[in-house]
Design a protein around this ligand. Structure first.
Ligand code: FES
Length: 314
């Protein structure tokens, strides 16, 4: 786990932004200001069992008196969101890391966003900043309905006439081709579930967007439930040691078990903290953190595996 300051923050306000999304305002119990952050940043929320989950900051980066996060309740998830919805009531304590930004605003003359459901959270603070700077912005927000679209009022206020909403239950299912053809100097940000990311990447590719102009933040691992893990061997380039990775263990777990210090955060293939290089082998990429171009030599050992063997640049 990466070493990051963990603060005990107090829940100042907890309200349901939609029937399944809890919007939390967190403050320090004694200090007036929290560590600064940039739009797109997230914090780690530490659970009682020591595990962590990442949540994008969705408030105003100029206002350091509080952090705002939004937690979508995943009834079929691994319990973290259910715990947050039950335990993080007003006055409760939340163990939260200092912010880190894996999804920064890029240099561009035109910024196009596709935000799906809870994926609105990083986009909201990014759009606010870009609009305040007078940048050219276009935002597509997809959800089942307006009632199920978290932070819709806040996003509308930030976007003005630059917002297009796509509510499937109201007959407007998102068409990824709506991102339009690539124009030089444009950048495309996509935040939401893995299937939205893939659909937008595919459409953007067909519309001439270069890979490096598309930036994605997954809000859900894209793991295929039918995937059957097989054992494989992992060789460490620095020592030549060969480690056996059984079918029921992750490469990350096996590396740590053999004394290799590896950072990690989400352990879901989403955040990119554990990513390392590899030099040989056929990797089965199962993450949503590494770009297509980088998959030739980068692997996320928390979820990805190899066919037969892989040589890691460790
Ligand atoms: S720990 Fe987040 S991608 Fe591996």
């Amino acid at each position: 786990m990466t070493a990051r300051i963990v603060m005990k923050l107090k829940v100042k306000a907890a309200r349901l932004a939609t029937p399944s999304v809890l919007h939390l305002t967190l403050v320090h119990p004694t200090r007036p200001a929290l560590p600064a952050w940039e739009p797109g940043a997230h914090v780690d929320l530490r659970l009682p069992d020591g595990k962590i989950r990442q949540y994008s900051l969705c408030g105003d980066p100029q206002d350091l008196s509080a952090y705002e996060i939004a937690v979508k309740r995943e009834d079929a998830g691994r319990g973290a969101s259910l715990w947050a919805h039950q335990a993080l009531v007003e006055g409760a304590t939340a163990h939260v890391s200092a912010p880190r930004n894996n999804f920064p605003i890029r240099e561009a003359t035109r910024h196009v966003f596709v935000l799906g459901g809870i994926g609105v959270t990083p986009g909201l603070s990014m759009v606010r900043k870009l609009r305040a700077e007078g940048a050219h912005v276009a935002v597509h927000f997809c959800a089942r309905s307006a009632a199920e679209a978290p932070l819709l009022a806040e996003l509308s206020a930030a976007c003005g006439d630059r917002l297009a909403t796509w509510f499937s239950s109201e007959g407007r299912r998102f068409d990824p081709a709506a991102v339009g053809p690539y124009a030089a100097g444009s950048v495309l940000y996509v935040c939401g579930p893995g299937r939205l990311l893939q659909a937008v990447r595919d459409a953007a590719g067909a519309l001439g967007w270069p890979d490096e102009s598309v930036h994605a933040e997954a809000f859900q691992a894209t793991l295929d439930e039918n995937f059957k893990p097989e054992p494989f061997e992992a060789k460490l380039a620095s020592t030549g040691a060969t480690l056996h990775v059984p079918a029921d263990r992750s490469l990350l777990d096996v590396l740590r078990e053999h004394g290799v210090t590896m950072p990690s955060s989400c352990e879901l293939g989403v955040c990119g903290s554990c990513v390392c290089g590899y030099t040989e082998g056929v990797v089965i990429h199962r993450d949503a953190a590494i770009s297509t171009a980088d998959r030739q030599d980068r692997i996320a050992p928390c979820v990805s595996r190899a066919r037969v063997s892989v040589t890691l640049d460790l």
